[in-house]
Write a protein that binds this ligand. Structure first.
Ligand code: SF4
Length: 360
């Protein structure tokens, strides 16, 4: 059996959430509301937390957004990271207003004196800093030296800032390297892993629309995780951020790194299908999306592979002609008419979810 050997890193804290070392890969997302609208942003933060998001980042483009952080951070069930570009004063305001972490971009935060001020504010309040290097906004000198925004240039940018921040005796820090291409992202992470033990925040920038972005992220992040790299993750998808959280867990689950909530196994359906297996699988997937029990639920269209898969799962359905046999942990519960199947299956799922919550 293949085993993923996690890269050895230091452990840092974003609020109460540990990142790195042996700690579970923490799932992040980012709000897409106007941060100045504290109520709307807080509502989205809470929705993300309910979906299993453990750290939420918010954009802080101006002073009004930095001011709104006070209300957002006070009401948030999870640590908030302030995403800062260009203006170091916003980072200091964010620290004062309750952010648990600051994401700064070495390519645009400005002089060392400014970084020094940000670090002092973070140190005073026990914040985490992410050095977030982006291939699209590297320091000019490095781009010239390396002949472009190469993986080497990204790593040198990251290390320059890491070393400087460490020289200020600040160590609660993680690092990210974002390039839009999968191969460059992997190359940069491999290089940086040889040079630092800081935890990695991983993600592909501008991954894309929901399907394209999920596929690109699964490929890129899947390789990084398989190589043991990645201590906190954000999947970037355009639009509603909730699917980012689900996609992140799906990637982690596929590699056996983390389990949260049910895993739905659905057959692709074919000419043998005599009940709406695909419709049932989608309906169940939607209904269980905020559940936490790590169940396997199989929805299979016929008796060829159906009973085998359904028996192996915690709960399974093997379809027949307008009917389905419901299995629970290897045993047949009963055969039901198709019209009853959804309710019967959901009743069993809900019972297992309650049991899981009671015992965990
Ligand atoms: S389980 Fe049955 S219906 Fe589903 S793809 Fe396989 S053969 Fe077709």
């Amino acid at each position: 059996m293949l085993e993923i050997k996690r890269r050895k890193t230091s452990v840092v804290f974003v609020g109460k959430v540990p990142v790195g070392g042996e700690h579970p890969v923490a799932v992040q997302s980012m709000t897409n509301t106007d941060t100045r609208d504290a109520a709307a942003t807080l509502a989205q933060v809470k929705a993300l937390a309910a979906a299993g998001c453990e750290i939420v980042r918010v954009a802080v483009p101006d002073e009004a957004a930095a001011a709104a952080l006070a209300e957002i951070c006070a009401g948030s069930p999870v640590p908030i990271i302030a995403d800062i570009h260009f203006d170091h004063r916003l980072a200091i305001m964010a620290a004062e207003n309750g952010a648990a972490g600051l994401r700064i971009n070495p390519g645009n935060i400005g002089s060392r004196a400014k970084v020094r001020e940000v670090v002092a504010a973070a140190k005073d309040r026990g914040l985490c800093i992410r050095v977030g290097v982006n291939a699209g906004s590297l320091e000019k000198g490095l781009v010239e030296k390396f002949g472009g925004p190469t993986a080497g240039a990204m790593v040198e940018s990251a290390l320059g800032h890491i070393d400087f921040i460490r020289s200020l005796d600040f160590h609660n820090m993680k690092v990210s390297l974002k390039a839009s291409g999968v191969l460059k992202t992997i190359e940069a992470h491999r290089l940086l892993a040889q040079r630092t033990d800081l935890p990695f925040h991983v993600g592909l920038t501008e991954a894309g629309t929901p399907v394209t972005g999920a596929v690109k992220s699964a490929v890129g992040l899947g390789i990084l995780f398989f190589e043991g790299m990645g201590d906190t993750v954000r999947v970037s998808l355009s639009g509603d951020p909730i699917p980012e959280v689900r996609t992140a867990y799906t990637i982690l689950r596929a590699l056996g790194i983390r389990r949260r909530g049910p895993d739905i196994i659905a057959c692709p359906t074919c000419g043998r299908t005599e009940m709406d297996a695909a419709g049932l699988a989608l309906k169940v997937e939607e209904a269980v999306r905020n559940m936490t029990a790590p169940l396997t639920i199989a929805v299979m269209g016929c008796v060829v592979n159906g009973p085998g898969e359904a028996r192996e799962a915690d709960l399974g359905v093997a379809g027949g002609r307008g009917t389905g046999i419901l299995f629970k942990r290897g045993n047949v519960v009963a055969k039901f008419a198709e019209s009853e199947l959804y309710d019967r299956l959901m009743a069993e799922i809900e019972a297992l979810e309650r049991e899981y919550i009671r015992t965990s």
